[in-house]
Design a protein around this ligand. Structure first.
Ligand code: AMP
Ligand code: ZN
Length: 115
């Protein structure tokens, strides 16, 4: 997708602070962190929103959770805990139309639902 900022990050056209990469998935630091640790985990496949996730993406989405699991352990936040958020559409405030999993940690999250 030509105008997608996250596809540009995947292609290396926009810089990012990558913390993980494999052939299907990358993870990088959010440019405006909402917590001491704020990572975005995304598939390299351009899927605009959660509503575009199809059955053929099931394995890929499962792998994203495996990457989150690995990152949590690698970053040492598996014991203290972390939050994973996917915003979908206008009312959730989704700004980037390339599905992404926010991984937030390093502080007490407070309310059960952000916002
Ligand atoms: P959302 O509101 O769920 O669409 O979240 C989009 C997130 O992407 C926001 O937290 C932004 O700070 C983050 N973001 C936007 N552009 C970049 C970028 N170039 N590098 C890293 N994070 C970005
Ligand atoms: Zn994209």
């Amino acid at each position: 997708m030509e105008d997608c900022v996250f596809c540009k990050i995947i292609k290396g056209e926009i810089p990012s602070e990558k913390v993980y990469e494999d052939d299907e998935i990358i993870a990088f630091k959010d440019i405006h962190p909402a917590a001491p640790i704020h990572i975005l985990v995304i598939p390299k496949k351009h899927i605009a929103t959660l509503l575009e996730v199809s059955e053929e993406d099931s394995y890929l989405i499962g792998r994203i959770y495996q990457v989150i699991n690995k990152l949590a352990k690698d970053m040492g936040i598996d014991q203290s805990g972390f939050r994973v958020i996917v915003n979908c559409g206008r009312d959730a405030g989704q700004e980037v139309m390339h599905i992404h999993f926010h991984m937030l940690a390093g502080r007490k999250m407070g309310p059960k639902i952000v916002g």
